[in-house]
Design a protein around this ligand. Structure first.
Ligand SMILES: Cc1cc2nc3c(=O)[nH]c(=O)nc-3n(C[C@H](O)[C@H](O)[C@H](O)COP(=O)(O)OP(=O)(O)OC[C@H]3O[C@@H](n4cnc5c(N)ncnc54)[C@H](O)[C@@H]3O)c2cc1C
Length: 436
């Protein structure tokens, strides 16, 4: 255990902490948990009360070792649906292809889980409390102000208002990105200005086979659709599309989602007679990153740092894996302030590398070339196994995986070129025979 440093001065606050973590989702609970294990006095502030609804229910195999390290793997497994892989339908109406995690190159678990996020996040929150974090729910952070080398965190809670003095503040507030202004601001990603419409359904077909636990990812004419089997006979279904499609819709969100589902025979069949459990919800404008992931005394983790399209279910893994690295960065910065800059560089590099292992694929997922490659998987030189390793969350893993993923990029470029040539020759006006 790392002995805690002397308490910070409290002339401008009601209480003190070494670290204040804003947000009790996967990123915040992981960071806080691991910092408390190292002996720091950590206060975690969550504005909602667990268990609370959250979208993002499909985990990756590489989540499992993190859950194991946090000591919650068995508990999560007992509440979850077993997920052996993923099924993709690259061309609506032409059937699905299954990818199994046990075929992945490298060392990643052969399965993952589909979780009810209300339960999952509450489990992580309680585990952090058990590790010594001062976890408070119903406490919303209103402002964070730098005061010399410390921070004043102003909070609204059910009994009133309070100020906490902290040496370090971690922003794990998810898409609220509370501390983005302290990190150079937030940049939207123009390549991925998508929007999502989603809902939970109940009463679908019973799950008879293990593969019934697979996530389904189905292409649509303008985007894609997910289907995630959840505990208790429920299904999470959502459509990701361009914001224009959402704006141009004629009916309400429920009708829009129903139309998107109907556009995928594979998803419609899998959903069967399941009915929505409530009104559909939407999330717009959703890909972005803060300019800096860490600044002196401030660290952003999970969605508070950046958000990428969830087509490969990477969000919770990035949040928790980022949480492990953020805890390391904050620990080093507090323990040896003269090495803090180095710790911040290492952290930012690690986050960029993790996100980068997914984002190249995400940006190209809906292109004709990627659809073609997913529709015709070939394991030449282990390329398919390397792509499955990426799907498992291990795309930044061994050199062998990274080299094959680079080779896959070359295959993609060739496929894109070939398809563009075919399109061009199909659109050439027919040559007329000269009239003699
Ligand atoms: C449509 C959609 C589908 C997705 N599907 C998947 C998927 O299948 N698999 C996957 O892995 N990921 C998915 N994701 C991404 C995933 O949901 C997120 O990446 C993940 O929840 C990030 O965790 P986090 O801890 O960073 O943020 P969050 O889980 O959002 O947690 C942030 C917490 O901060 C709290 N908070 C916010 N502001 C304050 C404040 N001022 N004071 C105190 N507390 C505050 C919030 O209440 C919240 O509890 C999806 C996302 C979207 C939008």
């Amino acid at each position: 255990m790392q002995p805690s440093q002397p308490p910070v001065a409290i002339d401008f606050a009601d209480e003190t902490a070494d670290v204040v973590v804003i947000g009790g989702g996967p990123a915040g609970t992981t960071t806080a948990h691991l910092l408390a294990r190292r002996g720091w006095r950590v206060t975690l502030l969550e504005q909602a009360r667990h268990p609370r609804f959250h979208i993002g229910e499909s985990l990756l195999p590489m989540n499992l070792p993190i859950l194991q390290r946090l000591g919650v793997l068995d508990q999560v497994a007992a509440q979850a649906v077993y997920k052996p892989g993923a099924e993709f339908a690259p061309h609506p109406g032409e059937g699905v292809l299954q990818f199994h995690f046990d075929a992945a190159l490298g060392r990643s678990p052969d399965h993952a889980y589909q979780v009810d996020r209300a339960q999952f996040d509450a489990t992580l929150f309680h585990a952090a409390a058990a590790a010594g974090v001062d976890c408070r729910s119903g406490w919303a952070v209103k402002s964070v102000t730098r005061v010399g080398k410390q921070f004043r965190v102003a909070i609204k809670h059910p009994q009133g208002q309070r100020k906490i003095a902290a040496r370090h503040v971690v922003d794990a507030s998810g898409r609220s990105t509370v501390l983005a202004p302290m990190l150079g601001g937030k940049q939207k990603d123009p390549r991925h200005a998508s929007a999502a419409v989603y809902n939970h359904f109940i009463g679908g077909p019973a799950m008879a086979e293990p593969a019934d636990g697979n996530i389904g990812v189905y292409h649509l004419p303008d985007g894609w659709l997910w289907l995630i089997p959840l505990p208790g006979d429920r299904l999470s279904v959502g459509a990701v599309c361009g914001p224009e499609a959402l704006k141009a819709r004629r009916g309400n969100l429920d009708q829009f989602l129903a139309e998107q589902i109907a556009a995928s025979p594979e998803a419609s069949q899998r959903l069967g007679r399941a009915k929505p459990t409530g009104p559909a919800q939407a999330e717009g404008n959703y890909s972005y990153a803060v300019r800096r992931f860490a600044a002196p005394g401030v660290t952003a983790v999970g969605d508070a740092g950046c958000f990428v399209d969830p087509v490969f279910s990477s969000g919770v893994y990035l949040a928790m894996s980022g949480g492990e690295r953020a805890a390391e960065c904050v620990h080093r910065s507090l323990q040896a302030p003269w090495l803090a800059q180095l710790a911040r560089w290492r952290y930012a590099l690690a986050v960029r590398r993790l996100v980068g292992s997914f984002s190249w694929f995400i940006y190209r997922f809906t292109t004709p070339a990627m659809r073609e490659l997913f529709a015709n998987p070939r394991n030449v030189l282990g390329l398919e196994q390397a792509v499955i390793a990426m799907l498992a969350g291990n795309g930044a893993g061994s050199l062998g995986i990274r080299a094959r993923l680079l080779a896959f990029r070359a295959v993609y470029a060739l496929t894109a070129w070939r398809l563009s040539q075919t399109r061009r020759s199909n659109t050439q006006p027919p040559t007329l025979d000269p009239v003699t």
